[in-house]
Design a protein around this ligand. Sequence first.
Ligand code: AP5
Ligand code: MG
Length: 188
Amino acid sequence: MRIVFIGPPGSGKGTQCGLLRDRLAVPHISTGEMLRNLDGEGAVLIRSRIDRGQFAPDDFILRLVSDRLAQPDCHDGYLLDGFPRTLVQAEAFDRALVETAQSLDHVIEMVVDPEELVRRLAQRKQEGQRSDDSAIYVRERFLIYANRTTPLLDHYRGKRLVRRVDGMNDPKTVFEGICRAIGLQPHC
Ligand code: AP5
Ligand code: MG
């Protein structure tokens, strides 16, 4: 199965992809994780952008994802967490799917109240895991999500791929909602 996860920062994309990866045995591809793990000289500029909540350039992301999806473990499907994130990326991804005679099965839209998003990211900030969890960058991430990523929902609604999932409950209950939305038995 090929599934794209779309949702604002803190909506649980990474958490739910981890659960679904175990259930479906397909790779969980997080472009955020890939960017945070970049090393080498060329990575410094990109890292400094994403650490402040700014997007990496589309052409860079498209090369990164295209190389990853060409790996053999992606042959039977994958979970995309954080890609595509702009209309340019979504349109390039559509073309790549057509060229490889593949199709997307679902786009999961994670729906979480803004107050809960802020609470989750503030809690993670205390754990000190990510510099982009500082309040000033979190505001920037929400704004960029609203301006550049939410238009993708219309793009995929037009293809009848969007499954809206309530992300407000505990992770296990959210996972059950995702399973139902994509026609899987939650417990087996
Ligand atoms: P990315 O790493 O994708 O960050 P994000 O979209 O801001 O989202 P998060 O990872 O913060 O949240 P999440 O939705 O994964 O939720 P999570 O499960 O972690 O991207 C980082 C940056 O990289 C971007 O800002 C951008 O700069 C750059 N980038 C990435 N992709 C790009 C692209 N395609 N193009 C350009 N730039 C790109 O959960 C969050 C917290 O909540 C955790 O602490 C978790 O434990 C907790 N939690 C999760 N679920 C629940 C629940 N149900 N109840 C309570 N707590 C929960
Ligand atoms: Mg994440």
